[in-house]
Design a protein around this ligand. Structure first.
Ligand code: AMO
Length: 424
């Protein structure tokens, strides 16, 4: 007999024999009957048993074979009666939190310490369903535009993002680093495929304990060749974010409903500010080198008030303050052809047009006082024909965190890594 998912039970013919598999979600012993709620990947189903039936404890994996029976009171209008319940594993220990309650009533540390079970809660699972649907939308959008998915090494010779700290590892007796981003590889891969994307982990030895930083996160990287300038890259990003929103709507409708998420509309043309104007709007001094989290919040409020938009682009950050591979503005090299996308008051994406000439790289490394040797294999690729190009990286957890309005990024990360946490 084939397995019936709980979502298919309402469509079973009354009287038909069915086989469910899942977990004991809840047992309820009443005077005349025992109710068993079974949870599987698709939802919940009710099984009715004689009073006094011995059942395995909550969270034990089980199989239920019984008769589909119409009952207007049961979820979906059909329950299982005359059932045999078989445990498919050891009797589970009592979970740290009661997963059958409608909301997870626990603090963040307990939730994270017991991630292997707390993620089973339907509300918690829904958050990752939103992440998975976003990834599907990301890939579908880029696949449709002829991008090639790539995977680059995570053990690397050199740091790519100068500002952030790296994890050093022992690589057969010599130092290596965990990749902070696929930056160098995605640029070099433009020379092979023209348009590439990568979904993968990146590592940042973040020394600060903040609600928006992880030591390991999922980076959605894109790089495209033969661009006119960074505006073409921003147009691509706009379409990618719209595709992610579409993915959430299409593939995570039930999760959206469960979480009561306000899914944003992505404007055809996202409001765009030059860095200098962004400082002014945020009330920052005009010589400020970067935007602080408070400035980003102010810009998010401005975008909503002035344009009804959850998104705002800031372009033209000071060259000296951006990653060395950013393309300076040819008109005024103090500013760069770089941008950030702010979503609901937080930086979600960084990107830029990149330099693509060998000489520019050599000069920039020199100006910044970086040694040539560790960058040699990257920089020398630019002598072999790399077209004008640019790209961006979206932080997956930042995206989902803002979408579901989680106060802390760890709430939407399956197994977060931070200053204090290396397990589970
Ligand atoms: P950047 O370092 O700005 O750019 O990172 C891009 C995006 O990744 C997310 N992010 C983080 N998320 C969680 N924890 C962190 N510690 C963390 N740090 C960054 C943010 C951020 O906007 N190579 C460039 C991208 C490019 O130019 O293509 C880069 O990595 O959402």
């Amino acid at each position: 007999m084939r397995r019936t998912l709980t979502s298919a039970l309402p469509h079973a013919t009354p009287g038909e024999e069915v086989r469910l598999q899942g977990w004991v979600h809840r047992r309820r012993e009443l005077a005349k009957v025992t109710f068993l709620v079974v949870r599987d990947r698709a939802g919940l189903a009710q099984v009715v048993l004689p009073a006094g039936t011995e059942l395995p404890p909550e969270e034990t994996p089980i199989e239920v074979v019984g008769t589909a029976t119409a009952n207007a009171q049961a979820p979906g209008g059909v329950e299982v009666t005359d059932a045999t319940v078989t445990a498919l594993g050891e009797a589970a220990d009592t979970p740290a939190v009661e997963l059958w309650r409608p909301t997870l009533e626990t603090g963040l540390p307990t939730m994270l310490d017991h991630a292997a079970t707390t993620w089973r809660h339907p509300v918690q699972r829904a958050k990752w369903e939103v992440a998975a649907a976003s990834l599907r939308g990301f890939r579908e959008t880029l696949d449709a535009q002829d991008f090639t998915e790539v995977h680059s090494p995570k053990l690397v010779e050199q740091a790519t993002e100068s500002g952030a700290t790296v994890f050093e590892v022992d690589y057969f007796g010599r130092p290596a680093y965990l990749a902070q981003s696929p930056q160098f590889y995605k640029q070099v891969l433009v020379g092979i495929f023209e348009r590439v994307y990568e979904v993968g982990p990146v590592f940042r030895a973040e020394p600060h304990d903040t609600v928006r930083h992880l030591a390991e996160y999922v980076s959605l990287d894109v790089e495209l060749g033969f661009v006119r300038d960074h505006h073409e890259v921003m147009e691509c990003l706009r379409d990618v974010v719209a595709g992610m929103v579409e993915g959430v709507r299409r593939y995570a409708g039930a999760a959206v409903e469960r979480l009561g998420i306000d899914v944003p509309d992505v404007p055809e043309k996202i409001p765009t500010l030059h860095f200098r104007d962004a400082l002014e709007i945020a009330g920052a001094p005009s010589d400020e080198p970067d935007l602080s989290p408070a400035h980003e919040r102010a810009l998010g409020e401005w975008a909503m008030a002035e344009h009804g938009s959850d998104f705002v682009f800031v372009e033209g950050y000071p060259t000296a303050n951006r990653a060395f591979y950013s393309h300076p503005d040819p008109e005024d090299p103090r500013w760069s052809r770089s941008f950030d996308l702010i979503f609901r008051g937080i930086e979600l994406v960084s990107g830029a047009q990149r330099m693509h000439r060998y000489d520019e790289y050599v000069r920039t490394l020199e100006q910044r006082g970086y040694p040539y040797a560790p960058y040699a294999s990257y920089v020398e690729a630019f002598r072999r024909g790399i077209p004008p190009h640019g790209g961006f990286a979206i932080g997956l957890e930042r995206w989902v965190g803002r979408l579901v309005e989680a106060p802390n990024i760890r709430e939407v990360t399956l197994f977060p890594r931070d200053l204090h946490r290396l397990a589970p």
